[in-house]
Design a protein around this ligand. Structure first.
Ligand code: ARG
Length: 562
């Protein structure tokens, strides 16, 4: 049973949907107030009454039933007390039945959600600036699939542009096949950086010529380009593996080379194209935006032109319900322009395009700058975090088995969680020490809590203790608080999808782990008398399952021992 939805169904306010009401229901910090609370302020306008009056009227209109034991109104809030014994049987039964699927649903069945994320640039560093898009996109990908949607992960590769001409020019001057083979992406990037630092006018001209050769299908230029591309992809795939990220399509900007002319033609036909200083633009002044540049005066296409072609292609290919672009807020204007142009072209599905913008990540111990080659590679951040995790584990638990594997799970988890814990639009400063704090609001804390639950369950199994989802008494306060949190996972996942905000799941994990620990420290589990023990073991098992599912949605694993 979904308690928030159950409550929402009892309330009928014109103009406010039941889903909206469900998302307004919260769990008050002090259970003495109630198990669930609904603030009524939002209804004041529709009902033209004060929140206090509304709460009072609703409280007397809702009759208690087998789920809701008591309803009261206080200061504009409706407070609900639920039947705790029913709650226990319901939540524990459901988690035991559904296991790894607990929190999932079929509500998205038949709908496709395209998610454009990570979208790396070929031959450029895969740096810490790509962390958020990669892990946010990856989390949304899993969350939408979990809700029954068909998620399509798209890596819109940055594989188009004059930089490839530069790269070939640099390679021709200073490159060496064996050295690049050996150095991979780093060697390729060094060439590019060297070009930016040292190229003179003659080399710039060469670069333009090589770019033209790529465009005109010249074999040598294209072979070199494909080689650089495959080196980049082989490299980023090793990082995607570590972060548990996958894509269904690597159709990048170049893929749209032959798909832009029809877009330009359609723009012209619809009378949207205008000439401006020799360039072709769509004027967006009426919408308070600078013009969207479609073709440069030399006829070359732009980033926006390729995004227009890509959106149309995706609609045709996937018939998406939504198409998400997980891209930094620096590109807000770009996406506003592209979406507006598509709308002006008459595509009603333009309303289904969503720019999922996020803030910047920087490192506590060093700013990042990309231009002249001083970048923080994401790989180095991950490796350093894993190394630190290993040191911390060594200190905490010297006899731990499979230390390397556990350190990888913990370290990678800390990097992912660090990028996902805050509201996505916030800029964040990543700190290795904070990310690996066992007592902080961290993945390590949640993982450690899971290991604690696993250890209780292992001891119980060894002693052949029974486990029982139903209990013939009402749960105590610690148990009830944990049960409510566990019951809340499905609604949390749903809201995370609705708001494109995986941080809601991350926070749920931390809050639930805290409640588990409170239960663990305040209530005896293994030493309790048999019927209480059986119930507490079921609760422990349910908490482990739900936390594992929550972290799993973020791409974070759970070690059995830590
Ligand atoms: N490669 C681009 C960058 O690094 C991001 C591409 C995002 N996706 C898109 N369809 N424009 O800035």
């Amino acid at each position: 049973m979904d308690y928030k939805q159950y409550i929402a169904q009892k309330i009928d306010v014109e103009g406010v949907s039941s889903e909206e009401i469900a998302s307004m229901v919260n769990i008050p910090p002090d259970p003495a107030m109630g198990d669930y609370a609904l603030p009524c302020f939002r209804f004041a306008k529709a009902l033209r009454k004060s929140p206090v009056q509304i709460a009072e009227a609703l409280a007397s209109a809702i009759a208690p039933d087998e789920v809701i034991a008591h309803v009261s109104a206080l200061n504009g809030y409706l407070n609900f007390k639920v039947n705790k014994q029913g709650l226990a049987a319901d939540v524990l039964g459901r988690i035991a039945r559904e296991g790894a699927a607990y929190g999932s649903s079929r509500e998205g069945a038949g709908k496709t959600v395209c998610i454009d994320y990570s979208s790396v640039n070929i031959a450029k560093p895969f740096h810490i600036g790509h962390l958020s898009t990669t892990v946010l996109g990856g989390a949304l990908y899993r969350i939408f699939n979990f809700l029954g949607y068909k998620a399509v992960g798209i890596n819109h590769l940055g594989d188009y542009g004059t930089q490839f001409g530069k790269l070939i020019a640099a390679y021709k001057h200073w490159g060496d096949r064996a050295a690049v083979e050996k150095g991979g992406i780093h060697a390729v990037n060094d060439l590019y950086v060297r070009f930016n630092n040292e190229a003179d006018e003659a080399m710039e001209a060469e670069a333009r010529e090589y770019f033209r050769l790529i465009e005109s299908g010249d074999k040598e230029a294209n072979d070199l380009f494909e080689w650089f591309k495959s080196l980049t992809l082989a490299y980023v795939e090793t990082i995607y593996d570590r972060l548990h990220i996958r894509f269904d399509s690597y159709a990048g900007e170049r893929f749209y080379t032959d798909k832009m002319a029809p877009v330009v033609a359609a723009l012209k036909e619809k009378g949207l194209l205008k000439e401006s200083n020799g360039a072709q633009i769509v004027d967006l002044e009426a919408y308070g935006m600078p013009p969207c540049l479609i073709l440069r005066s030399d006829g070359a296409s732009l980033y926006a032109t390729r995004d227009l072609a890509a959106a149309i292609y995706r609609k045709k290919t996937y018939d998406f319900y939504k198409c998400l672009y997980v891209v930094a807020y620096q590109q807000n204007l770009h996406f506003k322009q592209v979406f507006k142009v598509l709308e002006l072209m008459g595509y009603d599905w333009a309303k289904d395009l969503v720019h999922v913008a996020y803030g910047m990540v920087s490192l506590e111990d060093g700013a990042m700058s990309t231009r002249k080659g001083k970048v923080v590679w994401l790989e180095d951040v991950i490796s350093r975090c894993v190394e630190k995790a290993r040191t911390v584990l060594e200190e905490k638990n010297p006899s731990l088995e499979h230390k390397d594997a556990v350190a990888e799970t913990v370290g990678v988890g800390a990097v992912i969680f660090g990028a996902l814990y805050n509201n996505k639009i916030k800029d964040i400063v990543f700190s290795y020490d904070k990310a690996l704090n066992f007592d902080g609001e961290t993945s390590v804390y949640v993982q450690y809590t899971c290991a604690r639950a696993s250890s209780v369950l292992a001891k119980a199994a060894e002693a052949k203790f029974a486990c029982a989802e139903d209990f013939d008494a009402a749960p105590n306060e610690q148990e009830a608080e944990l049960l409510k949190a566990l019951a809340d996972l499905p609604q949390t996942v749903r809201e995370a999808a609705e708001k494109y905000e995986p941080s809601l799941v991350a926070r749920w994990c931390v809050d639930t782990a805290k409640l588990f620990n409170k239960f663990y420290f305040d209530c005896k589990i293994l030493q309790a008398e048999p019927s209480v023990r059986a119930f507490r073991l079921a609760l422990t098992k349910a908490a482990l399952t739900a936390l594992t599912n929550g972290l799993g949605l973020l791409g974070i694993g759970v070690p059995e021992k830590m």
